[in-house]
Ligand binder design. Structure first.
Ligand code: GLC
Length: 567
């Protein structure tokens, strides 16, 4: 029987299904592709995988615009394929999380389509957030609220007779209308979805934008021109984010999770400051919440140490274990981030197609390896994003015509600037559309499985986002045969971690070098990371493994982590 606390210190691997493995050559990764790599997943020594959305979706936001919560996108397979995949992964000892997207649906969801056809004030419209516009003829949005994907959070509808109609709220793209979580029908439908997947044998759920589900629409006349969810205060009374009533939803969900044996597990994506975030992780709610604090850190010892300390403390107070995350499908990959000068504005660098600052490829990888080994030794649960185990870098120079992310399409400004008229040979002033955000496609490029072949073994066809030629040397095939590869390091570190995993306690080890982060677990398993200092003399003991070569005399060079058993 599975221990009901199995998730507290698990290693969980995020699969972005469209970019993992394509079984039918259509350029899109799919469910059978995942099944075909069950042995690969097993070889990583994971506890579970989390699948980003694979549901029917028009892909306005990479699948986070769900048209049917209880089905598989026909381009990715069928429910039968899903069941087969689940069985195959369970057989090799890997549990499965699916992604639940409860804040919004796709505008192609049957409920939203029905709402558009129904009258203002109808029950069909009450499942979403429709409001009349302002101005003489309702031609202005109800207020100044903005969307995460910019600019306005409101889009006007067209009535069935072609006349302009009401507006609806969307905190993300216009193709992602927000649900009305005050509506019992919406609440019940999501519990049906949780049971649907739990009944099939799914072990857990990742809850998308958990902090945004409840809104205080009685304050529709209040201004809200900028989103900064880390600063919404700590009282749970903000208009749009992290409202106290949100927790009632999750307390009810917990009763659903506990209908199963072992209870289903959940992790919140709640993009708010740590003391509020852990409230979602209370045992009577979701149980766990992503700790995103490390995603914003430069590779510096003091910052990591502080983040580790505070997150362990907050998680403990909430009755949960901390989670540790360096990469996901929304962020620039660490192997790139750590190879750029400190404080680099990553968006600007991406907009320059990776040319505005020089990337130190070797250093970036060395640091990414050191960082993940440190994370894997910490008490708590580590999330790993597909491709991280290969040391993949961000693909920074994707061509504009290949980009898919709504963040790229929606963040534009029109600028008056000189335009050269080719035919007439003169320069005039024209309006150019300038994109101000590059978006997240660069970390979502399909994985390279083999060193050659049309899409490096991703599938027999192409790849929905083009892969660069340097993917060859980072392919699974190349790295499997190499004892010093990043893939081999992940496999060994994850295996050792399983062997040494122990109670959730951490003891700091004092060192005189401020660039070294050192700690041990109560069974003697210790981790030393030299961030950027001079070579650090390791204490007496047995080195279990390290993220890079250790110098003679047991000296730990910079950007390296060593695991030891202390004498
Ligand atoms: C989450 C997802 C992100 C998505 C957004 C809207 O932040 O991680 O990829 O765009 O929610 O669903």
């Amino acid at each position: 029987m599975t221990d009901s606390n199995w998730w507290r210190q698990a290693a969980i691997y995020q699969i972005y299904p469209r970019s993992f493995k394509d079984s039918n050559g259509d350029g899109l990764g799919d469910i059978n592709g995942i099944t075909s790599q069950a042995e690969y997943l097993k070889s990583l020594n994971l506890d579970a995988v989390w699948l980003s959305p694979f549901y029917p979706s028009p892909l306005a936001d990479g699948g986070y615009d769900v048209a049917d919560y209880r089905n598989v996108d026909p381009r990715l397979g069928t429910l039968k394929d899903f069941d087969r995949m689940l069985k195959a992964l369970h057989r090799v000892g890997v549990k499965v999380f699916v992604d639940i997207v409860p804040n919004h649906s796709s505008n192609q969801h049957e409920w939203f389509q029905e709402a558009l056809k129904s009258a203002p004030g109808s029950p069909a419209r009450y499942r979403y957030i429709f409001r009349d516009g302002k101005g003489k003829n309702g031609e202005l949005p109800p207020n100044d609220w903005v969307s995460y994907f910019a600019p306005s959070a409101w889009t006007r509808t067209t009535n069935p007779d072609g006349t302009p109609g009401q507006w609806y709220l969307h905190l993300f793209a216009p193709e992602q209308p927000d649900f009305n979580w005050d509506n019992r029908e919406v609440q019940l439908d999501f519990m049906k979805t949780l049971r649907f997947w739990s009944d099939r044998g799914v072990d857990g759920f990742r809850i998308d934008v958990a902090h945004a589900m409840k809104k205080d629409m009685s304050r529709i006349n209040a201004s809200y021109p900028k989103i900064d969810t880390f600063k919404v205060g700590n009282k749970g009374t903000d208009i749009l984010f992290d409202r106290n009533e949100t927790h009632e939803i999750f307390r009810e969900w917990r009763t659903v999770f506990n209908e199963y044996n072992p209870p289903r597990v959940a992790v919140a994506e709640a993009y708010v400051a740590a003391p509020r975030r852990v409230l979602y992780a209370r045992p009577e709610e979701l149980g766990q919440a992503f700790n995103f604090d490390m995603l914003d850190l430069d590779f510096k010892a003091a910052a990591f140490k502080k983040t580790i300390d505070t997150n362990i403390k907050y998680a403990k107070e909430a009755g949960s274990s901390s989670t540790w995350v360096l990469n996901n499908h929304d962020r620039v990959r660490t192997a790139t981030k750590y190879g750029l000068p400190d404080g680099t504005n990553l968006n600007e660098w991406l907009l320059s197609d990776g040319t505005s600052k020089k990337l130190n490829v070797e250093l970036g990888l060395q640091r990414a390896r050191a960082a993940v080994m440190m994370l894997l030794a910490l008490p708590g649960c580590t999330y790993i994003y597909q491709g991280e185990e290969l040391g993949l870098r961000e693909v920074a120079d994707l061509k504009h015509e290949d980009l898919q992310d709504p963040i790229w399409f929606r963040n534009v400004v029109k600028k008056i600037q000189p335009v050269f008229m080719k035919r007439e040979g003169k320069t005039i002033k024209g309006v150019a559309v300038v994109h101000t955000e590059k978006g997240r496609d660069g970390c979502r490029v399909p994985l390279p499985w083999t060193r050659s072949g049309k899409s490096f073994g991703f599938g027999s066809g192409g790849s929905h986002l083009p892969q660069p030629s340097w993917f060859a040397e980072l392919s699974v095939e190349m790295q499997s045969a190499d004892n010093n590869s990043t893939l081999t390091m992940y496999r060994s570190a994850l295996a050792l971690r399983q062997k040494w995993q122990t109670t959730e306690d951490l003891e700091w080890i004092r060192t005189s070098n401020l660039e070294v982060v050192a700690f041990k677990r109560l069974n003697g398993w210790a981790s030393f990371t030299n961030f950027r200092g001079v070579d650090f003399a390791l204490p007496k003991g047995r080195v279990l493994m390290s993220s890079g070569p250790i110098k003679s005399g047991n000296k730990l060079p910079k950007a390296t982590t060593a695991w030891m058993v202390l004498e």
